[in-house]
Design a protein around this ligand. Structure first.
Ligand code: KPL
Length: 318
């Protein structure tokens, strides 16, 4: 398979990008990655290992090895892409997709799939007559090596239309069939706020207290989790999104229990001295609060503390 036949491309070959690629490929859909100018290779070996959740544990774990094409960002084949799934970090979306916009056809639909919120607001005015859909996934996946991922948990994926042309029915069906536990929702924004609530409560606290997700079940964290969610619910309400406070709290604690042993992505980013998604998670709540003249003191405090951690050197490196 070469890139000329490919109609679906993934931008961002991190853990989620590789997982979605695997799921589309396994369902029989030709799919490729769009490479960075600096790491162009015609074909990349994508090695995938799937470990199912305990209740459906299979032994030995399912393991697949195959090659998928890598598009050069300049190449004409980009014109043939009908659906581009953007799986880079939220803060990389604009930088990653803007240089491609004049090379992608006006029929190419864009789907953003990342943690956090905000990139859709910046991207929407730039996409011309194309359509934009947004998605959120709670599938658990870890990147073990550059081209090797391990599925650590199954989870819900929700996708919905945001603006411009609707995604063609054929691609919509294909996503629903390829991604397990995937649903198309009429109104995606409330779903993104719900996922934002989970990340806003868990991610900064696990980074600040350097703990696994499960430790947040301890009563000492109850007050701060409640405060983070209270602010989020008030800000979302001003944005026209009604969220069920109790449902959110239950969802956060369910994730804490289900992922008790895991270290959140923000914890891992800090541990590896990488930039975090704090601006797109708690920072998004603060930004929307500012727009509506509200205070978001606890979320602001989360941002400040995580930003301090981003710039501080790990113990022993002074
Ligand atoms: O999405 C996550 C993350 O780590 O970013 C959660 C749900 C908190 C699981 O760790």
């Amino acid at each position: 398979m070469n890139s000329a036949n490919i109609e679906i491309a993934i931008l961002g070959a991190g853990a989620v990008g590789q997982l979605i690629c695997h799921q589309l490929h396994t369902a029989g859909n030709p799919v490729g990655f769009i490479g960075k100018t600096t790491d162009i290779v015609q074909e990349q070996q994508l090695s995938f290992t799937a470990l199912m959740q305990p209740e459906t544990m299979v032994s030995p774990p399912l393991e697949s090895h195959y090659t998928v094409p890598m598009f050069e960002p300049k190449q004409e084949a980009l014109l043939g892409i009908k659906l581009i799934i953007v799986c880079v970090k939220a803060y990389q979306v604009l930088e990653a997709i803007t240089p491609l916009l004049d090379k992608l056809s006006s029929q190419c639909h864009i789907l953003l799939l990342h943690n956090g919120m905000g990139s859709h607001l910046a991207l929407a005015p730039l996409i011309g007559s194309r359509g934009l859909s947004l998605g959120t996934t709670s599938q658990g996946v870890l990147r073990q090596q550059r081209w090797q991922i391990k599925q650590t948990g199954q989870g819900l994926t929700q996708i919905g239309h945001y603006c411009g042309k609707q995604l063609d029915e054929r691609y919509r069906q294909l996503l629903l069939e390829a991604i397990p536990n995937c649903e198309w929702v009429d109104n995606i924004i409330p779903c993104l706020w719900q996922k934002l609530a989970v990340n806003a409560a868990i991610n900064p606290l696990t980074a600040i207290y350097q703990c696994p997700n499960g430790m947040l079940a301890e009563p000492q964290f109850n007050h701060i989790i409640t405060a983070i969610l209270d602010e989020l619910v008030s800000v979302a309400a001003q944005d026209g999104i009604t969220l069920d406070r109790k449902f959110l709290q239950d969802r956060v604690y369910r994730v804490i229990t289900l992922t008790a042993e895991n270290f959140s992505s923000m914890h891992q980013d800090i541990a590896h001295q990488r930039r975090t998604e704090i601006d797109q998670i708690n920072g998004y709540i603060c930004e929307r609060a500012r727009v509506h003249g509200l205070s978001a003191a606890i979320n602001t405090e989360m941002c400040k503390k995580v930003k301090l951690l981003e710039i501080s050197k790990p113990a022993g490196q002074h």
